[in-house]
Design a protein around this ligand. Structure first.
Ligand code: EPZ
Length: 422
């Protein structure tokens, strides 16, 4: 398995262009199934998760090419709505294929995605939403069969603003008969991007970005060309890395409004942030200040996907900070690895109490999930000495060639791929 080797202690500096958003591209690729013909999607990053989604679409009979950041997807030849279990297990978020497959074929077979390092990843809200639209759902162990001769608009209330459930329901309802409303909907920018994409295909959806989304079903949708928004979590990760290494970095191709909660936290920690259009400048020459209390919550509050990265900054702050994780029940596993690098963190239930230390020390650490892995890279960049990050396939799921990206900002980081012992 590949490893990253990092020589820490060097401030990041320079300019970087932010990649397209993984969590916008994935549902948009799934939604492409709703229209027969060739859809072109620009600004799609080269990531393991994107590869898995394209392989699933090919398995369903589509033709898909991904080069130079553009995906050309011909869904005309899609001939089955049964998603192979092996591919679903590679990426749990593929569960939001149910909506488009059900709307297009009237039937689909998928598999329970199963839990992962960060949590159980339940899908009850997805299933309840599709049932409300008239779907009949049968579960045989981990296999789920979903049928609907006709999808009918309905009023749906989500008990939790689930991102994936909101997306699944939006995509199914786009071709349902009548009006669907989703109340307590997720408000993430990726939901807004999905609405823009679906409407570009001829859907009639309003309200994404608020807690109530209205979908007036249409007879059919037509393929289109669409450009995906920038990845706010990758941008946020780079911003924290710049702050943690006391560097000065300019980020281009961002949407600062998507990062307002992080910008607020970084400014409270004493980091200089200048916003100018789609450019964000991050600078920090001094030791950060502790941030009394940060709680992860659904957008627009502080995102769970930046929790582990900000924790690294706080391990080097003056004073004690409290970071509370309320979205995923297993998303504090990076604490053990950071402690091995000299961090002083105590966990009580889903809250981490972080007392700043003068410095972190390089160590061999293991990525347990995508964002925890990114956090360990930041810790290695800020630490004194050498850090080896193992299991970096987790990181490759969401960051396009992370070592290349960081090397361009002056980081001393290399990827090692062990020679297969054949
Ligand atoms: C999306 O996951 C993102 N993934 C996640 O990013 C992100 O952390 C998450 O939203 C929260 O913002 C993609 O968009 C591909 P949820 P999703 O449904 O849709 C519970 C990353 O690092 N829940 O909002 O799976 C669930 O257990 C990834 O890029 C139910 O109980 O998130 C979790 O505790 C990680 N029942 C919480 O809601 C359901 O039916 C949030 O889940 C669905 C979810």
């Amino acid at each position: 398995m590949d490893k990253l080797v990092i020589e820490g202690g060097k401030p990041l500096s320079g300019t970087i262009v932010i990649q397209g958003a993984k969590n916008a591209a994935l549902p948009i690729l799934a939604a492409s199934l709703l229209a027969e013909g060739t859809t072109t999607i620009d600004h799609v990053p080269e990531l393991l998760d994107i590869d898995v989604m394209l392989n699933i679409l090919r398995e369903l009979g589509c033709r898909a090419e991904h080069s130079g950041g553009t995906v050309v997807l011909d869904t005309e030849t899609a001939h089955t709505s049964h998603v192979p279990e092996s591919l679903m297990r590679q990426m749990r978020s593929s569960i939001f294929l149910m909506g488009p497959l059900l709307a297009r074929f009237g039937e689909t077979q998928v598999y329970l995605p199963g839990g992962c390092a960060i949590g159980e990843r339940k899908i009850d809200l997805h299933l309840e939403g599709l049932k409300a639209l008239g779907a009949e759902i049968e579960e045989f162990g981990n296999r789920i069969i979903c049928r609907a001769d006709k999808l009918l608009g309905a009023d749906i209330h989500l008990s939790f603003p689930s991102v994936g459930a909101t997306e699944n329901i939006m995509m199914a309802a786009a071709l349902a008969e009548g009006r669907t409303t989703i109340s307590n909907a997720a408000r993430e920018p990726e939901i807004q991007d999905l609405q823009r994409f679906l409407n570009a295909m001829g859907a009639k959806i309003m309200g994404a970005g608020t807690d109530t989304i209205t979908i007036d079903g249409v007879q059919s949708l037509t393929p289109c060309r669409y450009k995906v928004i920038p990845d706010r979590i990758v941008a946020g990760t780079i911003m924290v890395a710049a702050a943690a290494t006391r560097g000065h970095v300019t980020l281009q191709n961002t949407q600062p409004a998507h990062l307002s909660s992080l910008i607020h936290v970084l400014r409270r920690a004493g980091v200089q942030i200048v916003v100018d259009g789609d450019i964000i400048k991050v600078g920090s020459a001094a030791r950060p200040k502790a941030v009394e209390r940060i709680v992860t919550s659904p957008y627009p509050a502080f995102p769970t996907d930046l929790q582990s990265q900000v924790m690294v900054l706080l391990t080097l702050a003056d004073g004690v900070s409290v970071l509370k994780e309320t979205i995923f029940e297993g998303r504090l596993k990076h604490v053990d690895e950071l402690s091995r690098m000299g961090a002083d963190i105590r966990v009580d239930m889903n809250a981490a109490f972080i007392r700043g230390v003068p410095r972190l020390y390089g160590a061999t650490v293991e990525a347990t999930d995508l964002r925890a892995g990114a956090a360990l890279v930041i810790a290695g960049l800020a630490a004194q000495g050498k850090t080896v990050v193992e299991q970096i396939h987790h990181i490759d799921r969401g960051y396009e060639k992370i070592e290349t990206m960081l090397s361009r900002l002056g980081a001393r980081i290399s990827r090692y791929s062990p020679v297969p012992n054949n």
